[in-house]
Design a protein around this ligand. Structure first.
Ligand code: 4NP
Length: 223
């Protein structure tokens, strides 16, 4: 299950709007396997409910929202979520101050998924929740496309790595473990795999597409 956490300064205006709009979006798209939550970088609004501006906009758009209590992001969230998505650049900096370095590449700015990367309009001083909503929908639509493509890539990989002769399966397993454990003899493991891929292709045990995939992903490490 993919887990997504939206983050803004107070967790009362922008991130809960993103949370509930995205819950509505994935429900309408029939995608059930996403867990969605939101949090703040500051402790300012902890325990408070959604700002009336966000609530009114969600009501206007017929989007359901729950009994929200603002909460602050914790270090544990970094481990538990796959995507931690800030609304503006400042959020990204503040998130990193709390969770530390983004070693696992989980932290993003929402509109960096779009063709026009920018901060989500902040309604706090302007009171313009319409603009915030439009920005959030733009970001979420592009993020949702990104997730779909990621899923397709994973699915394709799973298909291409299926039904392999046992000697190739073993060499692939050894190489993956070698990569995970950062071993110094990775070149040997890659050579082993290359030999097995060549044999499997010559013997007709794998397709040309599979052969090409193994070369690109594990031998030349291009993808
Ligand atoms: P949010 O909005 O970060 O979108 O929830 C704000 C909430 C509180 C403050 C600023 C923005 N504040 O300054 O307290």
């Amino acid at each position: 299950m993919v887990k997504v956490l939206f983050v803004c300064l107070g967790n009362i205006c922008r991130s809960p709007m993103a949370e509930y709009v995205f819950k509505d979006m994935v429900k309408k798209q029939g995608i059930e396997e996403i867990y969605i939550d939101s949090a703040a970088t500051s402790s300012e609004e902890i325990g408070n409910s959604i700002h009336y501006g966000t609530r009114n906009k969600l009501k206007e758009m017929n989007i359901e929202y729950g009994n929200h209590f603002a909460r602050q992001i914790t270090h544990k969230d970094y481990e538990q979520f796959d995507y931690i998505i800030g609304m503006e650049e400042r959020n990204i900096e503040d998130i990193k101050k709390i969770v530390g370095k983004d070693n696992k590449n989980k932290i993003y700015r929402l509109l960096d998924f779009s063709k026009n990367p920018r901060d989500i309009a902040d309604p706090w001083y302007t009171g313009n929740f319409d603009k915030t909503y439009d920005d959030i929908v733009e970001g979420l639509e592009t993020f949702s496309n990104y997730l779909r493509q990621e899923k397709q890539v994973l699915l394709n990989e799973r298909i291409l790595e299926k039904c392999l002769p046992s000697y190739l399966e073993n060499d692939l397993k050894n190489l993956k473990e070698g990569i995970k454990n950062n071993v110094t003899y990775l070149d040997c493991l890659i050579n082993e795999l290359q030999g097995s891929v060549n044999s499997a292709f010559v013997d007709g045990d794998i397709s040309e597409e599979q052969c090409d995939y193994f070369y690109r992903k594990y031998i030349r490490m291009e993808i």
